[in-house]
Design a binder for this molecule. Sequence first.
Ligand SMILES: NC(=O)c1ccc[n+]([C@@H]2O[C@H](COP(=O)([O-])OP(=O)(O)OC[C@H]3O[C@@H](n4cnc5c(N)ncnc54)[C@H](O)[C@@H]3O)[C@@H](O)[C@H]2O)c1
Length: 354
Amino acid sequence: MTDVLLEYGVRAIVHCAGRTLVGESMRDPGAYFDANVGGSLSLLNAAVKANVRYLVFSSSAGVYGHPDQIPIPEHVRPDPQNPYGESKLLVERMIRWFAEVHGLRAVSLRYFNAAGADPDGEVGECHDPETHLIPSILNALLDDRPVSVFGCDYPTPDGTAIRDYVHVSDLATAHVRALQYLDDDEAAAFSIFNLGSGRGFSVTEVIAEVEQVTGRSLKRVDRPRRPGDPPILVADITQAVESLGWKPTMDLREIIRTAWTWHQKVRSGPFPRVRGERPRPDRVRAARRPSGRLRPSRPRRPSEHAGAVAASTSPLTTPPHRRHAPATPAPAAAQAAPAAPRPRWPAAWPRWAG
Ligand SMILES: NC(=O)c1ccc[n+]([C@@H]2O[C@H](COP(=O)([O-])OP(=O)(O)OC[C@H]3O[C@@H](n4cnc5c(N)ncnc54)[C@H](O)[C@@H]3O)[C@@H](O)[C@H]2O)c1
């Protein structure tokens, strides 16, 4: 890993990898400590050897357990109730020491419930098994089967668990803000921020909102609580708003609307990816060009090609020897073609991004 970081001249890492299923972690804690804690330790050691300066870590509201204080500020004493949450907390503690001893600058982002799909409908949420509420409800709707509601006797107004949903695009923006924050010499060496919307919705309210957005009614089956599920998790996002200058822009309706668009599109495409289902050969054939390659689901805009150029020549990921134009002249046809638009960085991109 050190060699890869050195070869590509990596200066910042956004560390999202990990095992993520609470229930699975209760059955096989070793796998969670191995992948999440052991894997992160390997990454941290390599980052120090390769002089990586910044790290942004995907942590979780799972570190809080069953907090008394709602909304939950970052300073609440963490008390994870499952190995998944514990593994996130252990990684945060390792990062704090790496920041103190090795001068790594780091931010841990404690996500609440990430949800929604990108507004263009290109990327969405699909797990196998699906344990997240919004995709579970949408899958139930599309399969015409009832949705399971785990726990109807919580001490909440309608008896179902309350969670805080934040759109994935807003989460993505928060990561850019975290990198910008780290690039500021005034920033603390290690900081923790909650990322949520600051508003809670019960399972019953989410189901009602799905019915509103889709115009369809859902059947539900009430089931017992799942072990380790706290009644209410809602973020206090004051710190992220004040220090990162970040605020969520999409509400629950928009989260469901984008997720619904994506789910419908996936179901009508060649790779429906419903649990256990194989790609449908007729749709795969229909999506292939004569060359045998898959057609893109829609024509690319020039700006997306520019994005591809930006991604492949980013100073964050490209080794120095590959950052310049190749010495060999381009073929005549390519020379005659109009120059590709320059990749556009966000106006306030951090200094290290060039
Ligand atoms: N989705 C949420 O609501 C949510 C909430 C809190 C925190 N998070 C955290 O955000 C991150 C991304 O979550 P997600 O929902 O996209 O989950 P995901 O399961 O879709 O993504 C996790 C990725 O990590 C990879 N991975 C697992 N173990 C690995 C290993 N040892 N080495 C390399 N890669 C490995 C997996 O293959 C997967 O691609 C995770 O760290 C998760 O704990 C997510």
